[in-house]
Design a protein around this ligand. Structure first.
Ligand SMILES: Cc1ncc(COP(=O)(O)O)c(C=O)c1O
Length: 294
């Protein structure tokens, strides 16, 4: 694993707001297990190995960055993997699932109503009956072990910042950062899903499962979902293109595009006092970038 750079962004918007903004380039960690995935999977996979498990199973949508990273990581570690995919099988497979299969991952499709029950004993027993002994990682990889891994990112950031921002899907990354900061600084999540106020409860549950008391130094912005998960608009895509030209950083429209769009909107609206120093995580996900074309 590389220690990834903190890249300072230059822009007139930042200058006129008096805000400094760095991007933590987690997208550069590793070609396959990139972004937040590295930190979220690290202790889950070492726990699987310590338990002597040979097969790891997890859940995700057909374009899931988590499934993609898990397949690659399991291959590297010599573990078998099973991806339980929401919805029907579609052929030809999209590139995410093609890659997962090429790593040896077996794909198991669950219809949407069963998928909603994926974390119940009944569904998990059905999967164990079919595949034998399994080490099960929850959807998105978000659990107490993921928080432990994500918390280890904090020392990499140094101390020259006031506020840490990240994109939110399941909330595991934000919860891990809150745990790692242990009441210091302010944190802000940007939800990739519409109507995601449930994330407040999910983040609190993850913190308590990992043995942390909620320090209440965080918030989640719910207004930058662009219509919902995996939905996009011409405005968001134009922002992503311009960001790449101006900053030399490639974003994707599901998570990091929405994070930086939302963050710049808030900076323009004067949400942060002059002198605020912000770090925003580039949590990777670039493997999914061509999904619209598939
Ligand atoms: C690229 C990317 N960024 C951010 C997230 C959100 O992470 P979390 O589910 O931990 O909130 C994900 C979700 O898996 C992701 O793939």
């Amino acid at each position: 694993m590389n220690i990834t750079p903190l890249q300072k962004l230059k822009s007139e918007i930042l200058e006129s707001a008096g805000v400094s903004l760095w991007v933590k380039r987690l997208d550069l960690i590793h070609p396959v297990v990139s972004g937040n995935k590295w930190y979220k999977l690290k202790y889950n996979l070492s726990a699987a190995q310590a338990e002597g498990a040979t097969t790891v199973l997890s859940f995700g949508g057909a374009y899931s960055n988590h499934i993609h990273a898990l397949a690659g990581a399991c291959k590297m570690l010599g573990l078998s993997s099973i991806g339980v995919i929401r919805g029907e099988a579609h052929t030809p497979l999209n590139r995410t699932l093609q890659y997962a299969e090429s790593c040896g991952m077996r794909l198991h499709y669950l219809n949407r109503s069963d998928y909603r029950l994926k974390h119940t004993d009944a569904i998990q027993q059905r999967l164990k009956d079919k595949y034998g002994d399994l080490y099960i990682v929850p959807e998105g990889g978000s659990n107490a072990l993921a928080l432990k891994g994500v918390a280890e990112l904090i020392p990499e950031l140094g101390d020259h910042y006031d506020r840490l921002c990240c994109a939110c899907g399941s909330g595991g990354t934000l919860a891990g950062l809150i745990a790692g900061l242990d009441g210091h600084k302010q944190l802000e999540g940007f939800a990739a899903l519409k109507g995601a106020d449930f994330l407040y409860a999910d983040v609190r549950r993850l913190l308590s499962e990992a043995g942390f008391i909620d320090p209440n130094n965080w918030q989640i912005n719910l207004d930058y979902h662009f219509g919902g998960f995996a939905k996009t608009t011409a405005e968001l895509l134009a922002f992503i293109r311009q960001f790449e030209v101006e900053q030399g950083v490639v974003l994707e429209p599901l998570y990091t595009g929405k994070l930086f769009y939302g963050l710049f909107e808030r900076i323009k609206a004067g949400a942060y006092p002059q002198g605020t120093r912000i770090i925003a995580l580039h949590s990777g996900g670039l493997q999914g970038i061509n999904r619209q074309g598939e």
